[in-house]
Design a protein around this ligand. Structure first.
Ligand code: SIN
Length: 546
């Protein structure tokens, strides 16, 4: 390995990790015991979607639960598109993933006499209680424990406020060898300098793409960076039509789509329309605990019929002290807007929550670009199919980061170092004094994606979105090379690419299934669409069976 040299624009590590949520940190910690790891993260390291996860992590811990039940619940939610081998792989590694988190010092809530048992939560689509949690702030607790370890690990260098611009591949570097990942160009957003970071293996753990939509429960960092970079580098992206809308985000002009965890419904919360009717009874036998696609669409229908802006989530029938203790974060946040959830129902609306599509990976977490791995929300492993089961994502991130770390450690001795890498060419780019161009395009994408490509789609809406995204991409490409890179410009370009992939995949699937609902094709069509949708640069979308 070449030692990092801060006086030049080049750094080298054995392994480069992009992203500092549960997926990036668990992988980095495992690999750093064997090799030198650089981890870049675009804001401060705790600013990740993991930090915001409320519900918890699903795993079979209770002797009355079984792997088979968890597998079947996951397959049912996934509406025919889960890869059963992957589902079993993940579910069976659940207890081991929980053990690793306990070893990091994660504190899961306990209950029962002498607090002997884990307090297992229930969420939509699960037939059993199996969600380990830390009150209603599980992600924050996990991020705390992992980051504490990561900042102390002698073999792990954390570079915060560093945003990846593009992956470096052998072909982009002009080599004739079989293509492989060689690292990434990364903007140090404090100095404005673009670094070349060379690595023998690169892991994308950049999270999701909630910011593609106007309303999202995701943090600002979720701009589809990893998906867009992998796509530009030639890796296959899959299932981008399956965007999960969480049914219950707080409706308040200043709340910024604050999530009201599904665990509230798991503990008895009931959705009601303006007339107080518990309307989920009309939509599903599982009522308020139906899978998210069903609940989000039911709310959307209720709002369209009534013309209301929100529905109510009512947990006032539960003991007030219990509600305050079980949901302290949600209680405090609602109180800050003058809503006492122990006495009055919470106004809620759906918002974009989780990207089920992503960089297509196999059982080791590797993409089809050699030495590029992807784990966590950025990846499409085959676990979620057409709809993710609640609290399966933290589990998926742990299991695949472990698998990717194992493969990385095994393979590293045989991987050649990246060699010569050209410096970033900024050419004649000048400082942009027109930030308004970026904010205008950013707002436009998020608004038309919300209006045309969210919970309910139609062929016409998708065609309109396709048209607009084309114009915007032309505009963005025009000034991308004219102006000096800023984090906003990088994110805008990634947002546009991700939006294009969502629209393309949604147009390709002329049926309704799981999270993809098209008014012009309202039925599920197993004869023609029992497959994933694959997207690769330069090609039309294509189907795949897995
Ligand atoms: C929630 O707490 O409702 C979110 C859990 C998840 O998305 O898995």
């Amino acid at each position: 390995m070449v030692a990092p040299d801060p006086t030049r624009d080049r750094l080298d590590f054995d392994v480069l990790v992009i992203g500092s949520g549960i997926a990036g940190l668990h992988y980095a910690l495992r690999v750093a015991d064997h090799a030198r790891v650089g981890l870049v993260t675009k804001m401060n390291a705790a600013n990740s979607a993991t930090q915001w996860a409320q519900g918890g992590i699903a795993a079979v811990i209770d002797p009355l639960d079984s792997f088979e039940d968890h597998v079947q619940d996951t397959l049912r939610a996934g509406a025919g598109l889960c890869d059963e081998e992957v589902v079993r792989f993940v579910v069976e590694r659940g207890p081991e993933a929980i053990d690793s988190l306990l070893q990091y010092g994660v504190d899961f809530d306990r209950s029962g006499e002498a607090e002997l048992y884990y307090d297992l939560g229930r969420e939509g689509g699960h037939t059993k209680r199996r969600v380990l949690h830390h009150r209603d702030a599980t992600g924050r607790e996990i991020e705390r424990a992992l980051l504490q370890r990561a900042t102390r690990h002698p073999n792990l260098e954390l570079l915060d406020y560093h945003i990846a611009v593009d992956l470096i591949t052998a072909h982009k570097a002009g080599r004739t060898e079989p293509n492989r990942a060689l690292g990434a160009y990364v903007l140090d957003s404090r100095s404005g300098e673009v670094l070349r970071i060379g690595a023998r293996i690169t892991l994308l753990a950049t999270g999701g793409a909630g910011k593609v939509y106007l309303y999202t429960s995701n943090p600002d960092i979720a701009s589809g960076d990893g998906i867009a970079m992998a796509y530009r580098a030639g890796a296959t992206i899959a299932n981008m039509e399956f965007m999960q809308f969480h049914p219950t985000c707080l409706f308040h002009p200043d709340a910024g789509s604050f999530l009201i965890s599904e665990a509230v419904r798991g503990e008895g919360g009931i959705l009601r329309n303006r007339s107080g009717e518990a309307f989920m009874e009309r939509y599903s036998e599982q009522k308020d605990l139906a899978p998210r696609d069903i609940v989000a669409r039911a709310i959307d229908t209720e709002l369209k019929v009534s013309g209301d802006d929100f529905v109510h989530l009512d947990i006032t029938h539960r003991d007030a002290e219990y509600v305050r203790t079980r949901f302290p974060t949600i209680y405090e946040r609602c109180m800050s807007f003058g809503i006492d959830m122990t006495k009055e129902p919470i106004p809620v609306v759906p918002a974009m929550h989780y990207c089920c599509g992503g960089v297509r990976t196999g059982l080791t977490g590797e993409s089809d670009l050699t030495n590029l791995f992807a784990t966590g929300e950025v990846a499409n492993t085959g676990l979620h199919g057409a709809n993710r089961l609640a609290s399966n994502s933290l589990l998926e991130a742990m299991v695949f980061s472990e698998a990717a770390a194992d493969e990385t450690i095994r393979r590293l001795p045989d991987v050649d170092p990246p060699g010569e890498l050209a410096s970033w060419e900024s050419g004649d780019a000048v400082e942009s004094h027109e930030a308004v161009i970026i904010t205008q395009n950013w707002d436009e994408i998020r608004r038309f994606m919300w209006n045309y490509v969210s919970i309910v789609r139609s062929d016409r809406r998708l065609a309109r979105a396709e048209h607009r995204i084309k114009l915007l991409q032309e505009e963005i490409n025009e000034y991308y090379w004219d102006f000096k890179l800023t984090p906003d410009l990088i994110e805008l370009r990634n947002l546009a690419t991700t939006a294009k992939l969502i629209v393309q995949a949604a147009q390709f699937r002329k049926e309704s299934r799981g999270l993809h609902y098209n008014l012009d094709h309202p039925e599920r069509d197993d004869e023609h669409y029992l497959h994933a949708t694959l997207l690769q640069r330069g090609d039309e979308p294509r189907p795949s069976r897995r």
